[in-house]
Design a protein. Structure first.
Lengths: 542, 442
């Protein structure tokens, strides 16, 4: 044991009462045994007792209780079982034991109330863990659930804590507790710390100091402390306002990236080629189902590499949807160029066929596409704003896809041909471009990109046969708003709609927000039918 | 447009299905209608209810059927499309001549079929907890009324055991059930001294999948004091909602979420480890231990295996399935007592029927308001996607069809016995006890 650690322990002992070690060892054992009780009241009492004793030896049993790895034989025996459920350790002595009839043991049942008192205690005992990340988690837990019991442990931990992040969390945790202390100096200091580093969760406590009762008496007698509290509240509110704005923007960005992925394929098939493609949504759906099939294949054949399925799903969805798109173009759409109404009906028919096919193959119920482990959970971008990894990755993915499409259209021979054919079909044909083949490739590319969108959608929402139906309206909205035929328009429109939607949602609610956006869109299209970016020159006249 | 697509599709499927069933129809069978969405946003919840009814029918047929006749299921798919429910209900009664219908999940679908059942004097067993404020001569409600689910759940969260919540987020899908339930809850909370500024109410459309802002707002709201979330989100929106809760790290010890429409079946598609401790209130959980429930679970697992249903051994039982179990057994008992499947006679016989249910209690059908006397159970989600029971009532609770918490409905009576004979009145229909008329004619 390191010397400071040892000193710390001595201090803890001094604070919690030295007699705890000398005379009350049976107490400790009893309290520990109480954790295995069938009654939650007894468990709670034991936790309270252990909290008073604050003995590091109880940590493993407490952790086991939280993870449901604690087993009781109904009398004196209390065991901790490992994750695999095979080897047992005696909770009292800490030694491995053989248990003859593991099935006869009972697991103590806990609920939220037990967890509420259990977690801060575990956090307190973990403050001296050598692993920084565990210490940080413990400090954060104490910060969120302040209790006077923890003061001594926090002060001790602060003395030899070297990591700045952990120190910060501990100081804020301490400040929250000090805010109710009797010493005005401590209260003053606490208010200042909270103003610097606190967040919205601490505003209520600070405001409580400023409450004035009917006789004009403030809850906080000291005017200097009141002043400090007031400025701390202001600081917190300013920071909260900024973080709100940033959060709306980030959520908007994430919604925009989804709209963009959903609409990008349509920007090619409808935007560039002018095919009113009602089956676009179904390409998204087929992309999502391709992901589902790939997950299934990985589960049966390569369970070890399951987390990497997405790397296979992306090209697979691209190819599958691209092929379906090309088949559609060759089989149906090429006979209908220049006849928008017939195209609309034909593609709608195709969409019905695709939905029904998928329903017959996979069933009408939604299927589950589990996120790979590295995509679950979230990242706290700044205090209070968490963005799930899946959504962060979709933003990046959307960016990459747009860049890819732009490169294909601008820098490849295919792109050159596509642009030539969409600008002036006859002229392109007379220059020797096989326009019919270019049409096929273009439609295939648009569908393939919709398939990529489907892979992304499978990570955040439900995958069912009707998946595409809920995105087709949004996709057309984005393409039409952005201006038909312009990639930059589609990107701008998706960004605009996403961000506007997210700024409106907290004000008006999700349902009204959507109505406002649609209303705005109607007005905008009336004023400017050509969309944000209009095609100029000869192409616009065709 | 979307609706039209769904309608066309559903009609196609329904026609195919009905051709199939007409072909096999014989006169010596008793027909049982099954009206559950097998596609669309509600399929996640309703598909297993269809399977439950089919399982009960199979079991009953193996025992020799009812009144010496075999039961025959007529399954239709209303495709989560509310107006289609009414069409399908009419088809079941008029075309297929079914004697009883087990069906509906959402209240909006029930409201849609209600006029059909009342016009044609059909018989509907509705298996899902709902908002109350209704009692129909033609419907038997085997799910919970608000005082058998929502109110006890809120009281639990207010208690010290439940976390002593002071602020409330009422979150729901935008239709009649969440709006009415939240109206009742708001009145109830106000009466408990909760100010309107401490209640946040928010609705999302069916099939909504982006819960980032809402969950972030809940976190923000919770900064003001101990907060609990009451979720009446229905259908497949629950999957993205719970995923978002997990992603934003909302812990049940800090902000417990109690759901009224999420059971074992809805959790099947979600990793529940980050959700441990969030709650659900029902009248039954699969994890309840008693011989009736063991037999029920075993029967279900066997049925799933024998029929090779999707999901296989991951399939679970849940509260609405138990409600169908109770409703079906009651209907069979009533038919056998009445010696006929005639709706009027069966309705008469249903009053006071008792069934030993998998919840471990004897459940009674209240002949007055057509609801059940059921126990209330609150459970916390555990790592296995099941619920650990944390609270339950000592005995069965009688349902209030009309909520005493809403001033407008406090004085209303649902009583189909003499002399009231009404589901929505303030004084008895029959004022002169000498001149009783048939209830069907009112």
């Amino acid at each position: 044991m390191k010397l400071p650690g040892f000193v710390a322990m001595l201090i803890v002992m001094a604070l919690t009462g030295v007699e705890a070690l000398a005379g009350e060892a049976p107490d400790f054992d009893d309290a520990l045994r109480g954790l295995g009780s069938k009654s939650r009241t007894t468990i709670l009492q034991s936790i309270e007792k252990l909290s008073e004793l604050s003995d590091p030896r109880s940590l493993s049993a407490l952790e086991a209780l939280l993870d449901k790895r604690l087993r009781s034989d109904g009398s004196a025996g209390l065991f901790i079982v490992d994750d695999a459920g095979e080897s047992f350790v005696d909770a009292l002595s800490g030694e491995g034991v053989r248990v003859d009839a593991p099935d006869s043991l009972t697991t103590p049942r806990i609920n939220n109330r037990v967890r509420r008192s259990l977690k801060p205690l575990i956090a307190r005992l973990r403050l001296r863990n050598p692993d920084v990340s565990i210490r940080l988690a413990a400090a954060t837990e104490l910060l969120n659930r302040p209790s006077v019991d923890a003061v001594a442990s926090i002060r001790v931990a602060l003395e030899d804590e070297s990591d700045q992040e952990v120190r910060d969390a501990l100081e804020v945790a301490l400040a929250r507790i000090d805010l109710t202390s009797d010493d005005p100096k401590l209260r003053m200091q606490a208010a200042e710390v909270l103003g610097e580093r606190g967040d919205r969760n601490h505003e209520v406590e600070l405001k409580a100091l400023l409450v004035e009762d009917e006789e004009g008496q403030f809850a906080e007698p000291d005017p200097a402390v009141r002043e400090a509290a007031r400025s701390a509240v202001e600081k917190i509110q300013r920071a909260a306002f900024l973080s709100d704005m940033a959060a709306h923007f980030l959520y908007g960005l994430s919604l925009a990236s989804i709209l963009l992925l959903a609409a990008l394929g349509l920007a090619i098939t409808f935007g560039l080629m002018g095919v009113i493609n009602m089956a676009h949504g179904e390409m998204l759906m087929v992309g999502a189902y391709t992901t589902y099939v790939i997950v299934g294949l990985f589960e049966t054949h390569l369970p070890d590499l399951l987390d990497a399925y997405i790397l296979v799903a992306i090209p697979s969805a691209f190819i599958v949807c691209g092929c379906i798109g090309m088949a559609m173009e060759r089989g149906v759409i090429r006979f209908l160029y220049g006849r928008p109404l017939e195209t609309l009906l034909a593609t709608w028919g195709i969409s019905l066929i695709l939905i029904q096919t998928v329903r017959l193959m996979f069933g009408a119920q939604n299927v589950e596409v589990a996120n790979p482990a590295w995509l679950s959970g979230g990242y706290e971008i700044f205090r209070g704003v968490v963005l799930p990894w899946s959504r962060i990755c979709i933003v990046i993915f959307a960016g990459l896809t747009v860049t890819g499409v732009w490169l294909v259209l601008q820098r490849t021979p295919l792109g050159l041909n596509v642009r030539a054919v969409t600008q002036n079909r006859e002229m392109a044909a007379s220059l020797g471009i096989a326009t019919s083949r270019v049409d096929m490739w273009t439609f295939g590319l648009g569908s393939a990109i919709a398939g990529l969108g489907g892979v992304a959608l499978s990570q955040i929402g439900n995958v069912g046969p009707e998946l595409g139906q809920s995105y087709i309206v949004d996709s057309f909205m984005v393409v039409v708003l952005g201006g038909v035929g312009k990639l930059a328009g589609t990107v701008t429109a998706a960004l605009g709609l996403g961000v506007v939607n997210k700024f409106l949602e907290p004000v008006s609610g999700a349902v009204l927000g959507k109505i406002f956006v649609l209303g705005f869109l109607i007005l905008f299209i009336q004023r400017r039918p050509q969309g944000i970016f209009a095609l100029k020159g000869r192409a616009a006249e065709i | 447009m979307t609706n039209f697509i769904r309608l066309t599709l559903a009609a196609t499927i329904a026609v195919t299905l009905s051709i199939g069933s007409v072909a096999t129809a014989e006169d010596d069978t008793i027909k049982v209608g099954v009206l559950h969405s097998l596609s669309g946003t509600m399929a996640i919840s309703e598909t297993s209810l269809k399977d439950t009814v089919l399982m009960m029918i199979e079991e009953q047929n193996a025992k020799g059927g009812v009144l010496g006749k075999q039961l025959e299921a007529v399954v239709v798919d209303p495709a989560s499309n509310w107006p289609l429910f009414a069409e399908k209900a009419r088809e079941l009664i008029e075309v297929h001549d079914v004697d009883v219908v087990f069906g509906c999940w959402t209240s909006v679908s029930r409201k849609s079929v209600l006029p059909v059942f009342e016009e044609l004097n059909g018989l509907l067993f509705y298996p899902v907890q709902y908002e109350g404020e209704e009692s129909s001569w033609n419907v038997f409600y085997t799910g919970a009324a608000p005082n058998q689910q929502a109110i006890p759940a809120v009281e639990y969260l207010m208690s010290e055991e439940g976390g002593g919540a002071k602020r409330w987020v009422l979150l729901g899908t935008d239709y009649v059930y969440p709006r009415t339930t939240n109206k009742i809850l708001r009145y109830f909370l106000n009466a408990q001294g909760v100010k309107d500024s401490d209640i946040m109410e928010e609705y999302t459309p069916f099939g909504h999948s982006d819960y980032q802002t809402i969950v972030a707002n809940v976190k923000k709201f919770a900064a003001g004091g101990p907060t609990a979330v009451v979720s009446t989100i229905n259908g497949d929106s629950n999957v993205p909602f719970y995923k978002e809760l997990a992603a934003q790290g909302i812990k049940a010890e800090d902000i417990p979420v109690v759901a009224f429409s999420v059971g074992e079946e809805e959790l099947r598609g979600i990793d529940t480890k980050p959700l441990v401790g969030h709650l659900a209130a029902w009248n039954y959980f699969q994890s309840i231990e008693n011989p009736t429930n063991d037999a029920f679970i075993k029967q279900w697992k066997k049925y799933v295996k024998d029929h090779d249903l999707p999901g296989g051994d991951k399939r679970v039982t849940n509260d609405p399935m138990e409600a169908h179990y109770i409703g079906f057994k009651m209907w069979v008992q009533a038919v056998e007592q009445a010696r006929t499947t005639d709706v009027d006679a069966v309705r008469q016989a249903l009053s006071g029927q008792k069934v030993m249910s998998p919840s471990g209690y004897v459940i009674t059908m209240d002949g007055r308001n057509h609801h059940l006397h059921k126990p209330v159970v609150i459970g916390e989600v555990n790592e296995d996607g099941q619920f650990d029971i944390v609270w339950q009532t000592d005995m069965q609770v009688r349902a209030d069809a009309w909520s005493p918490h809403i001033p407008d409905s406090a004085s209303k009576i649902a009583d189909w016995s003499y002399p009231h004979l009404c589901g929505n009145c303030t004084e008895p229909k029959i004022k002169d006890p000498g001149a009783a008329s048939s209830p069907a004619s009112q």
